[in-house]
Write a protein that binds this ligand. Sequence first.
Ligand code: FES
Ligand SMILES: [Fe+2]
Length: 372
Amino acid sequence: MTPTSDAQLKAEAEAKPQKTATDAYLGELTGEELLIWRMADLPNRPSADERNMQTEFMMGWYCVCYSHDLEVGQVRPARYFAQDLAIWRGEDGEARVINAYCAHYGANLAVGGKVHGNLLECPFHAWRWNEKGACEDIPYSRAIPPKAKRDNCIPSWPVREVNGMVMVWYHPEKAAPQWEPATFEEAGDDSWTDFRTYEWHVYSAMENIADNAVDVSHFKYVHGAKSVPDYEFKFDGIRRIITSYLKMHTPRGEIDGVIESVTVGPGQGYVRFSGITDTVMMTGTCPVDRDITHNRMAFTQPKANVDGPTAGLTKAIVKDITRQFDQDKVILDRHVRKDPPMVCEGDGPFGRNRVYYKQFYASHNKDKPEAA
Ligand code: FES
Ligand SMILES: [Fe+2]
């Protein structure tokens, strides 16, 4: 976008984020180097206990892989919730997830295992497992041990495939799903682009990363924002809705922008940008371990906008959000968890946010969370 008057030039200069301490840390990381940094290991960090990380994962729906990364007949290993998983797609097109270790002799089914029809065949002695974790076939034996025939002989996971994501339901006691994941009409809509995807490992726990969205005072210091927009926070059952209103100076004049950021349970969320340019960002956040979280962001925009007059702006939004998350990662990778944090006037609603997240800890709340 090209400013056309002195006033617009001034407005742009004012709106431009300032350099922050995290930028100095990130240095000139770009391109492939930046992608590697986002997922790289962080060796020699203090232990999860030392950092006071939560000992329990929250119940909910979580993305364990993108649909386009799982072809028919493919099996993938994954590690989430401090467990090794095997994810596969049967010849009927359905995605399935069970724990990775074979009940026979403990081989990892996802490493060398193959898909046989809709079953997952172990690489060690070829026992074949279904999505309920029951053995259906042992090619060299006339009888299957009764224990192996039972559901959850290998622990299995409820799966939903929505919005181009394979999602599993996590509950520490394996209780049944208590709500369904949200679906977005833009996903798979021909007039919207395919999702552009980004990912990070953040060395912190989910709830701490979630606090970031309500932490209004860090925008200036971590992200270099000149001013903080007006926010509204709403907590409604399993949903947290944050609406922010901002004014953008553009060559076409001042535009009122609205950013609606919705969390549907701990693992799933979306952000809708409107006014400025239509963009939808889906998020998938999933714990790998107590102090490692896999964060996914997937962006889609109306195809009509991608090459149109707002093309530059749509690209700038994606770049800005991913850069902000890089900056957050620098801090969150290294913090210790304060529970509760010491707060002052001008801080965001940390306390209310923690109350919202509490409902997803099975140990804190035996009641059923309210439906969406
Ligand atoms: S360990 Fe899997 S079939 Fe033997
Ligand atoms: Fe942030």
